[in-house]
Design a protein around this ligand. Structure first.
Ligand code: AMP
Ligand code: MG
Length: 349
């Protein structure tokens, strides 16, 4: 398949490109588009055949459901049964990096939801994504991250081109994704105490921020721990090994000075790729160092993580080291992605 690559730096003057991309989606084709979290691989969410094509292009198991993207949070009502808590979440966080799981309406095929009776809904905050979704009109865009299954999510078009060239109709290059980690995913539950949110995947909308809208936020066990054999996660995507670099990644846990001393010894002994903090650079040999940002600059660390995992992998070192992130605020999302990239390998030093 020929893949057309469209560069958009400024939306004014790009309406013909947006119209073309929307027409391709409406006709059952696949379009990769930038969002503020990561790049998405979009198709017509109402068309079971288009969803099957998405799974095939990614090499993704078809029981791992897709997220439906809409240009206006109010559109969710056409595809799902919303309610008061959805409306409050939408008012607080949409458009933005939040995905809400809702009971699906009949128009959404099971091919899109991986056989589930629920559908994931998100309204991205990115001018190109917004223009494309608006142009798609009454077609919601089903889109997972635009990487091959098992690779880190793409945050620049070059990653997408490396993974999906020849597998999709159009790739829209809209520059770097701002946030760099996938959206926060929540589901809505009710019990005798009232309603609550379950955090299925942490992202830039943090657990603390969610608490401002709903007092009870429960963190799903799969966010922090490895699933046990035969266990069924609330979010099917949590089942799969994700973001795994080919070079084994080991996360280091310990006092900052002990971690630094360990890295210095390792650099003397073997070829290693190191995702280090900016502050550590003067104390390490400038060989296969991949600075992730300042120690306390979690936004930059999130922005850089997936790119650096791909870069560090190219060094073909025998091992890759990174710091075990703290679990507070945006750190929880970093922790969740990194323990999965490291297949839960943590070394205390
Ligand atoms: P991706 O689009 O690659 O970021 O993956 C989307 C993730 O959303 C999937 O891996 C699922 O874990 C999650 N997801 C999508 N739909 C549902 C749903 N109906 N229920 C629970 N999780 C979902
Ligand atoms: Mg993904």
């Amino acid at each position: 398949m020929h893949t057309e690559i469209i560069h958009i730096t400024d939306l004014t003057g790009s309406s013909a490109e947006i119209s073309l991309a929307a027409a391709v989606i409406r006709a059952g084709g696949l379009v990769v588009f930038p969002t503020e979290t990561v790049y998405g691989l979009g198709g017509n969410g109402l068309d079971a055949e288009a969803s099957r094509k998405i799974y095939a292009a990614k090499g993704r198991p078809s029981n791992n459901p897709l997220i439906i993207h809409i240009h206006d949070p109010a559109e969710a009502d056409k595809y799902a049964y919303t309610g008061n808590l959805y409306n409050r979440l939408a008012a607080a966080f949409m458009p933005g990096p939040l995905t809400v799981i809702l009971p699906k309406r009949e128009c959404i095929p099971y091919a899109t939801t991986g056989g589930l009776d629920t559908v994931a809904v998100r309204c991205p905050d990115h001018p190109i994504a917004h223009a494309l979704l608006k142009e798609c009109g009454d077609v919601p865009v089903a889109a997972p991250s635009a990487n091959l299954s098992g690779k880190p999510s793409p945050t620049v078009a070059e990653h997408v081109i490396a993974d999906l060239s020849g597998r999709v109709d159009i790739i829209i290059d809209g520059g770097e994704s701002d946030i760099g980690l996938e959206s926060t995913i929540v589901s809505i539950g009710h019990d005798h105490e009232g309603e609550y949110l379950t955090l299925l995947r942490p992202g830039a909308v943090t657990a603390d921020a969610l608490t401002c809208v709903c007092e009870r936020v429960v963190i799903a066990p799969a966010v922090l721990e490895q699933m046990k054999e035969g266990e069924r996660p609330l979010s099917p995507g949590m089942m799969y090994k994700h973001y795994a670099p080919a070079t084994p990644l080991v996360l280091l846990d310990g006092a900052p000075e002990d971690v630094l001393a360990f890295l210095q010894r390792e650099q003397a002994e073997r070829s290693c790729a190191i995702l280090c903090y900016l502050e550590e650079m003067p104390f390490l040999k400038n060989e296969n160092l991949f600075p992730v940002g300042g120690k306390d600059d979690l936004a930059t660390q999130a922005h850089c993580l997936f790119s650096l995992l791909r870069e560090a992998d190219k060094a073909e070192a025998s091992v890759m080291y990174a710091h075990l992130p703290d679990k507070s605020g945006l750190g929880l999302a970093l922790y969740n992605r990194m323990i999965r990239a490291a297949a839960h390998t943590i070394r205390r030093v």
